[in-house]
Design a protein around this ligand. Structure first.
Ligand SMILES: O=c1ccn([C@H]2C[C@H](O)[C@@H](COP(=O)(O)OP(=O)(O)OP(=O)(O)O)O2)c(=O)[nH]1
Ligand SMILES: [Mg+2]
Length: 143
């Protein structure tokens, strides 16, 4: 499938790093490096603008390497890019480590997964169907 994109970053387009990867790595588009202090959150521009087909969303997810090695995650993970959004895609990074983390222009800071979704209409009812689980949850089946 082809998707329209404007790339103002001068960096390569988000791309699958291996043949069957689900996510395309996304790069920071910043004039000067950003230092993220412990527990600080920063909205990082990408210079990317996309036009998703109706019925699709883009999910902005953390990279596990940055999470494991540096405690870098995404506050609103997975971020949701709506099909009707035409603004710049940004990534809301958070530093969950106890040391500063520096983001440089062009660094791969997140990954984008393109996914189909349903658009539904609600059926308001008085009762829902019975199941064995019922209202059980939050570990009610044990460890
Ligand atoms: O990580 C993200 C999440 C969202 N967006 C953009 C695309 C998305 O379509 C729009 C709105 O996102 P969301 O619905 O998550 O935010 P909101 O707080 O509900 O804002 P709005 O009232 O504008 O929907 O912001 C990003 O660029 N990056
Ligand atoms: Mg919203």
């Amino acid at each position: 499938m082809n998707i329209n994109i404007i790339n103002n970053s001068g960096h390569p387009l988000p791309q699958y790093e291996t043949a069957h990867a689900a996510g395309m790595d996304m790069r920071a588009f910043i004039e000067t490096e950003i230092t993220i202090k412990p527990l600080q959150r920063v909205l990082v521009p990408t210079g990317l603008y996309i036009e998703l087909p109706v019925g699709y969303e883009a999910q902005i997810r953390p990279r596990s390497g940055l999470a494991y090695k540096h405690g870098i995650s995404i506050v609103n993970s997975p971020g949701t890019i709506d099909a009707d959004y035409r603004g710049e895609i940004k990534v809301l990074l958070v530093n969950l480590s106890d040391t500063d983390f520096v983001v440089n222009n062009g660094d791969r800071i997140a990954q984008m997964v393109i996914a189909k979704h349903e658009t539904i209409a609600w059926n308001t009812v008085e009762e829902l169907s019975d199941t064995a689980r019922g209202a059980g949850g939050y570990g009610h089946t044990g460890k």
